[in-house]
Design a protein around this ligand. Structure first.
Ligand code: KG4
Ligand code: ZN
Length: 339
């Protein structure tokens, strides 16, 4: 079975084709970073318009790459939310129209389930149940994945998402958007011990996170320093990154000590962070579990994760065959998928 996947929830147009026997046949990604960089963040209207320009050429390119035609597809999966409404509608409109004309199912996919499934796009896969940390620009979620489409929410950020806090700190330091990779890169030459930033909620029993106080502490330090040298910026970046990753690790450890999972899956844009990967590898050794990450190029938004999740929906019969209605939700809880 072959599934076309379309991702347009934010600032990446991602298209891919997944084949149940052969794996990923094609994978194309167009990033709008250059378009939004001059504004210091994503401009929703521009994002939607640019998806309109790129989506059909990318679908064509994927078919050529996979050496197939559209009528070889068994289903079309698309990101139905959460995300920017105009951007979502572009992908959803194209996906449902194409699926209708081909008389095949259109499968609405939850963006965060797509991120989670990207970590399973490898030969070695974890067995359910496993612990999941989903960390992106819009979400920080700690979940127990009991089965495909059955997720127990253990904790989440009460304010900013962790990726968002990287983006805001990058802005404070005058670094380009998207901030995560820029902060992480600068942090490699910084002293992570120079500034003692807070680890909010670290001593609370809950598994929830909070990042807005950390960002405010960084803003205060930046203001106090005044004119920042390159070394000052690097030290702030490294000290912030250490605190942010600590916040995630403290809660992960807490769950792991109490629940003893055999496998932990980390996904979403921030799962590309090398310090997080290193700390996770240490946790795996300490607690005798396996840690699974998506391949580096599939950590941030992409079409492959949507195509693969759509394929899982087909296999698990989580598909409404004749539903060609356009589904798009700016806000959508992952646990709403639980049947
Ligand atoms: O999953 P994603 O591509 O889009 C959303 O669904 O939000 O995640 C993007 C987020 C951004 O906030 C970006 O700054 C962050 O992931 N990010 C990183 C790194 N690479 C991307 N944060 C920290 N370290 C990184 N290496
Ligand atoms: Zn994402």
């Amino acid at each position: 079975m072959r599934v076309l996947g379309i991702e347009t929830s934010c600032d990446e147009t991602g298209v891919a084709i997944y084949d149940g026997d052969k794996g990923l046949l094609a994978h194309e990604l167009y990033s709008q970073v250059a378009l939004h960089q001059q504004y210091g963040g994503v401009v929703p209207e521009l994002a939607a318009r640019d998806h309109v320009n790129k989506i059909l050429p990318l679908i064509r390119q994927c078919c050529e790459q996979a050496k197939m035609v559209l009528s070889d597809l068994n289903a079309i999966a698309y990101t139905a939310g959460p995300g920017l409404m105009g951007a979502l509608l572009t992908g959803a409109g194209v996906a449902t129209s194409l699926a209708y004309s081909l008389d095949i199912p259109a499968i609405p996919i939850h963006h965060m389930e797509g991120h989670l499934q990207a970590a399973l796009l490898t030969d070695e896969k974890p067995k359910y149940p496993f612990l999941v940390l989903l960390v992106s620009g819009g979400h920080s979620l700690l979940l127990s994945a009991r089965a495909f489409g059955d997720y127990e929410l253990l904790g989440e950020s009460l304010d900013d998402a962790v990726g968002e806090s990287f983006d805001k700190v990058a802005k404070l330091l005058g670094l380009p958007y998207p901030g995560g990779p820029a902060v992480a890169k600068l942090a490699t030459i910084g002293d992570a011990k120079r500034f003692q930033f807070p680890r909010p909620l670290a001593n609370r029993d809950s598994y929830d996170f909070s990042f807005s106080g950390l960002k405010t502490a960084v803003a205060n330090t930046v203001n106090q320093l005044g004119d920042l040298s390159q070394q000052d910026k690097a030290d702030v970046a490294a000290s912030f990154q250490a605190a942010a990753i600590d916040c995630l690790m403290i809660k992960l450890k807490k769950v792991q000590v109490q629940r003893h999972y055999d496998a932990i899956v980390i996904a979403g844009g921030v799962s590309a962070n090398q310090l997080l990967r290193q700390r996770l590898a240490e946790l795996a050794v300490d607690t005798g579990c396996q840690v699974y990450f998506p391949p580096l190029d599939l950590c941030t938004d992409n079409g492959a994760m949507i195509a693969y999740t759509g394929y899982q929906c087909l296999v698990q019969q989580r598909v409404k065959p004749k539903d060609w209605q356009i589904h798009a939700k700016a806000r959508w809880l992952l646990t709403a998928l639980n049947s």
